[in-house]
Design a binder for this molecule. Structure first.
Ligand code: BCO
Length: 523
């Protein structure tokens, strides 16, 4: 089990965690130290904070070593942790705390005021833990508590079916759903079928570039590497900068990395002299689709193939191209057992090879280990994604005769912008708070670097009709960045006199989406 980090001193000599930042600071923990610190974190939660198995804890930290202590401390105690990106604003945090009835939150200086501004609306919230070098009134100081806590802790005997983590995931309607996973999510990474994907060894230094708010980081920066005894490499990366990534890959002995396709594209777009990294052996990508030409360009520049994986917050690693197996550029590889992945129609019938349909994961007669349990507090949405004997991902794919799966897109309103899953309602609701917006419709628009970007079609209120459109577009973008997580802001804005609607008044987002796609194709 991942929690037995030290395995009685049997781990290799390499650090378990290696954290660096651009100021030259470094933290290296052995597996023994990590066991010690995560036991201390467990004791802080249960003894100091009075948290119990099944309680919920919101974990909103940037890439700092304490993130790993909190996550592992929760796993040891059975406290359900809920990772979230530090891009969140007060409104996003309030929604999460209320929906989940969170008992505790761990965050940083930057977000503490946002939490304080909404905490009175969250009666279940009992403890607030701050990861900082400074104290703050009403907050417990996580760093000093870790120093004084006992390193003796007995890990709970969790069942595979006990809840472990909740990911908030955007849907086509409304606000994010809570995809609840059991401890089976971590267990699955120890299955031989899962180990074949990256074939990590104790000597590997593995860098997952995803923000720790997403499932990709929980898998790629915790379960995958630590199950193998590899080093988890972390760069603080407060802002994304391709130059820092390239320098890091030259400077440190990183052997494997995983990042969204947009990261690879943004590196390729820059004029770097050489991309022949001295120790990098294996590259993986996930979160959005990568085009064959992009994979080929990366191979030409680095000499390395990019291996695609596919998954959702609901499913974890679902398919991928195993290390050492044939890479079919543009394909996201084959199903990873125990998932039985099939292409299904809307009734759950299995379709033959090379036929477009939905990517389905068989859940009957037995739900596979590693698939989410349910959407918390939402039986209707949980039932909606069940389709015959399958969980319906809603992603359109085909599968070829050899079992390779090819992503085609979605036919609903979800936007996948540079690996972020964004629901239109979240952006439309943020826009609606601005006095200039009478109505808006938010859709995806194709983008050569980010795959897709958020585009907002906006009907203005009469008093703003005479405003300078460029300036107003900028103002609305800044407004969205200020009221919700900025990754959702509309990178494109178009003012329109009216929105296309059905007879019943429903906005026809599909019409706007198609208009965007055909316009981009013509360019
Ligand atoms: O581009 P702009 O500068 O106009 O705006 C950016 C940021 O500058 C800005 N921002 C960030 N923090 C802010 C802020 N503005 C105000 N206040 C703050 N506190 O907001 C915009 C954020 O957009 P971004 O995050 O896309 O920024 P960026 O820097 O361009 O990053 C590019 C990527 C590629 C690094 C980023 O998009 C990214 O990390 N994408 C990957 C996401 C990911 O990991 N997805 C995986 C999900 S899990 C999954 O899919 C399952 C797979 C198995």
């Amino acid at each position: 089990m991942v929690c037995d980090l030290d395995q009685e001193g049997k781990r290799g000599p390499n650090p378990a965690l290696w954290w660096v930042n651009s100021q030259g600071n470094e933290v290296k923990w052995s597996f023994r130290e990590l066991t010690d610190f995560t036991c201390r974190a467990a004791n802080v939660f249960t003894q100091t904070c009075g948290l119990q198995q099944g309680d919920r804890l919101a974990l909103i930290l940037p890439r700092v070593p304490e993130w790993w202590l909190v996550a592992m401390g929760c796993i040891r105690t059975g406290i359900i942790f809920m990772p979230g990106t530090t891009q969140m604003k007060a409104k996003d945090i309030l929604y999460r705390l209320k929906q989940s009835n969170a008992h505790s939150i761990v965050t940083t200086d930057a977000l503490a005021p946002e939490v304080d501004s909404v905490a009175s609306e969250c009666p279940a919230l009992k403890t607030k833990l701050l990861v900082s070098d400074h104290g703050r009134e009403g907050w417990l100081d996580f760093r000093s508590l870790i120093q004084s806590a006992s390193p003796d802790h007995t890990c709970i005997k969790s069942k595979t079916t006990d809840p472990m983590v909740i990911f908030f995931t955007s849907g086509t309607t409304g606000f994010p759903k809570m995809a609840k996973h059991s401890h089976g999510l971590s267990l699955r990474h120890s299955f031989p079928s899962s180990r074949k994907l990256l074939q990590l060894k104790a000597s590997d230094v593995f860098w997952c570039l995803s923000d720790p708010g997403w499932i990709l980081a929980v898998m790629g920066a915790v379960f995958e590497p630590w199950t193998a005894g590899s080093t988890v490499f972390i760069h603080h990366l407060p802002q994304f900068d391709p130059k820092v990534i390239v320098e890091t890959l030259f400077k440190y002995p990183i052997t494997q990395c995983i990042a969204a396709p947009s990261v690879y594209r943004m590196i390729l777009q820059e004029n770097f002299g050489s991309l022949r990294f001295p120790t990098l052996e294996h590259c993986t990508t996930g979160g959005e689709a990568m085009l064959p030409e992009e994979q080929e360009k990366w191979r030409q520049r680095t000499g390395l193939l990019v291996h695609q994986v596919y998954g959702q917050s609901e499913t974890g690693l679902t398919c991928g191209t195993l290390r050492g197996s044939q890479v079919k550029p543009g394909s996201m590889g084959k199903a990873i057992p125990p998932f039985d992945v099939q292409v299904i129609d809307d009734e759950g019938n299995v379709l033959p090879p090379n036929t477009e349909g939905n990517l389905g994961i068989r859940i009957k007669p037995t739900k596979p280990i590693g698939l989410f349990m349910l959407y918390e507090n939402d039986p209707v949405k949980t039932a909606k994604v069940e389709c015959g004997d399958f969980y319906n991902t809603g992603d359109k794919v085909t599968i070829d005769e050899e079992g390779y799966i090819w992503f085609l897109g979605r036919d609903d309103d979800i936007i996948n912008a540079s690996g972020y899953r964004i629901g239109p309602a979240e952006v439309e609701s943020a826009l609606a708070e601005h006095p200039a917006v009478a109505e808006s419709a938010v859709v995806s628009s194709p983008d050569p670097i980010r795959g897709q970007v958020v585009k907002a079609f906006i009907v203005l209120t009469p008093q703003f009709l005479s405003h300078d459109p460029d300036q107003l577009a900028k103002e609305l973008q800044e407004h969205v960045k200020a009221v919700t997580a900025p990754y959702k802001y509309p990178r494109k804005v178009e003012f329109v006199p009216e929105l296309p609607k059905t007879i019943t008044g429903k906005i026809k987002r599909s019409e706007l989406r198609e208009k965007e796609s055909s316009q981009m194709q013509r360019q």
